[in-house]
Design a protein around this ligand. Structure first.
Ligand code: GCU
Length: 594
């Protein structure tokens, strides 16, 4: 008992003196700072019974004497690539849900004039991080970045880093117990050591006014919470060099006119080099400027209505049967979206890696990002709500300088209830605190055919909170056609822009069959299904966009059919081997003519 009590005292002391740093306020634009990757082969120990923490393997202690022994060793054992999921690296880990320990050493030359941050692009799903035998913090959420200030924790020379990763699904998690994609686990994105000066530019948000075409707002936070520090923002191509001082919180705010500004658009994705500098730090990146708003049932980009020619994809490279994580992966995914003629990608169903976000912006593709509030979430659980808010903060803080980001999605196919409405309303409010320029939407699968009006309608008070309402409806797949597609009427959220964020059906590439038989799983059936849905969309008066589900076949433990699916959701317009199905050409033609 005494030992346990002492343990608690020690734990409280470490919390107080800041050793337990926890995941901190995110640095803006880490790829624009001085960094070194910790990517590569890491040593791993698979720990299904979670013995590693109990036996403190993260201390990696040396043998004490001849009588001593250890029942583990990181070096010389199994190794996995970082970044990557573990499921695609070892056959025995294909379905694994549990704990895997990752560990590696890294050398540092301590420099007292700088801060050192340990930055993770994402770890799925939760993790605890240990440096030189001490727990320095933890993180939950498989799709957003986090970092630790390790300046005072590193030692000159060799440091030992251990990460305890666990991907077990739980009822209070986001996503929760079941979801239609693979439960990949692992250190799935870049790991970096980020160097900053002692006093550094922590974060900034530089964006065009929501409505004015030539008025830029900037807010910057320095690490030193003190007034009078000079900050400079330069956009050389616009001949802008704006100097401003911080307030007592170390925050500097300014706005300035930008004559001859060329606003970003899919046709001309213009980006400007922006440099932010303080007395000790300077950071640069390319930023675009555009106006985005809703007028009636139309979405306006800059000064004209724009139809969202959307498509979705999961963060997965089907041929590798694993998570996407690199710049090359981003090129592979987005070039197919561009080829289809899309001007919007819905990054389903979670924030995807920063390479995808930045490349989409360069290619002129708008983005819809969401955190994985997917169907059954524990909306009554205050802890789950806190997690959702934090995930939202991490997503918005990482991407709010990306002008291609057009939509923040707050939910996918959630059932109306008081708890769900309160939970999602709090998310919408939280988002508005961080960013008021983007459109907030959510995807619903609730519309039902009203026998009186013969139209699909939806009754959900939560839509009042949204700028744009989105509908997932699988006419011709999960739902039989109630009449000829040209006669199917919709009357959902009549006063708001409506996006069909999911529609489609399955086909096994290369399988031909009767285009009227759903269970044929044929390309002909899928092709006709797409033609029928496009026909139906002519009746949707407030249609502001469509986004077929989905660009690529993707892995899902839901999909059991032994010959048509084999653990793959086959709604892709492109097969898991990269071949375009007949329906791809239907969408290509539609977007070309739109
Ligand atoms: C839902 C859900 C998707 C899922 C799709 C399907 O609408 O949003 O995540 O993959 O249906 O059933 O294929």
């Amino acid at each position: 008992m005494k030992k346990k009590f002492l343990g608690w005292i020690l734990f409280l002391i470490t919390i107080c003196n800041g050793q337990y740093v926890g995941a901190q306020e995110l640095l803006t634009n880490v790829y624009g700072r001085q960094y070194t990757f910790l990517n590569g082969k890491w040593n791993v120990i698979i720990d299904p019974y979670q013995q590693g923490r109990r036996t403190s393997i993260y201390k990696n202690r040396p043998l004490r004497n001849k009588a001593d022994f250890k029942e583990y060793e990181f070096e010389g054992g199994l190794r996995l690539n970082v970044p990557s999921d573990w499921n695609s690296q070892l056959p025995e880990l294909k379905y694994y849900e549990g704990t895997v320990w990752y560990a590696r050493k890294f050398k540092v030359n301590k420099n007292q004039d700088e801060n050192l941050f340990l930055y993770f692009g994402a770890v799925s799903y939760r993790c605890r991080v240990y440096l030189n035998g001490k727990e320095i913090g933890s993180h939950e959420g498989g799709f957003t970045p986090f970092q630790f200030n390790i300046t005072d924790l590193i030692i000159e020379g060799e440091n030992f880093l251990a990460v305890e990763v666990n991907n077990t699904r739980t009822v209070d998690a986001i996503p929760a117990l079941s979801f239609d994609w693979w439960n990949y686990g692992g250190i799935t994105r870049d790991v970096m050591l980020v160097h900053t000066p002692k006093v550094y530019i922590s974060n900034y948000f530089i964006q065009l006014d929501k409505y004015k075409p030539d008025y830029i707002h900037a807010i910057l936070q320095l690490s030193e919470r003190k007034a009078g520090q000079k900050v400079r923002i330069e956009i050389p191509e616009l001949k802008i060099a704006s100097e401003v001082q911080t307030d007592g919180q170390g925050i500097a705010k300014t706005s300035f006119r930008a004559k001859n500004l060329e606003r970003w658009s899919p046709q001309k994705p213009k980006l400007y080099q922006v440099t932010v500098s303080s007395a000790t730090d300077h950071v640069k990146e390319n930023i675009g400027f555009r106006n985005l708003s809703v007028k009636g049932t139309k979405i306006y980009l800059n000064d004209a209505p724009i139809f969202m020619k959307g498509i979705s994809f999961h963060e997965e490279i089907a041929q590798r049967q694993g998570r996407a994580f690199s710049e090359q992966d981003a090129v592979a995914l987005l070039s197919e979206a561009k080829e289809l003629g899309a001007n919007l990608v819905r990054l389903a169903h979670y924030p995807q890696n920063e390479y995808i976000v930045r490349l989409a912006e360069k290619m002129g593709i708008m983005l819809w990002e969401e955190i994985p509030i997917w169907q059954g979430i524990d909306f009554k659980n205050a802890g789950t709500r806190m997690k959702a808010q934090r995930m939202y903060t991490e997503m918005v803080m990482r991407d709010r300088n990306r002008c291609a980001l057009a939509f923040w999605g707050v939910a996918n196919e959630t059932a109306p209830s008081e708890a769900r409405n309160a939970f999602l309303k709090s998310l919408v409010e939280h988002c508005h605190e961080m960013d008021t320029t983007r459109l907030i939407t959510a995807a619903f699968d609730l519309p039902k055919l009203n026998p009186e009006t013969k139209a699909f309608e939806m009754n959900d008070s939560f839509i009042e909170e949204l700028d744009v309402v989105s509908i997932n409806k699988y006419m011709g797949w999960y739902h039989a056609w109630p009449s000829d597609p040209s006669e199917v009427c919709w009357n959902v959220a009549p006063g708001k822009p409506l996006i069909f964020s999911e529609f489609g059906g399955e086909a096994l590439y290369g399988q031909s069959g009767d285009s009227t038989v759903t269970s044929s799983w044929s390309e002909e059936y899928q092709e006709k299904l797409f033609r029928d849905n496009l026909e139906m969309f002519n009746n949707v008066k407030n249609l502001a966009g469509i986004s077929p589900w989905i660009l690529f076949d993707f892995r899902s433990p839901y999909r059991f059919h032994p010959t048509n699916q084999e653990g793959w959701n086959r709604k892709g317009l492109i097969s898991d081997q990269g071949f375009r199905k007949k329906a791809w050409y239907v969408m290509k033609e539609f977007y070309n003519n739109k």
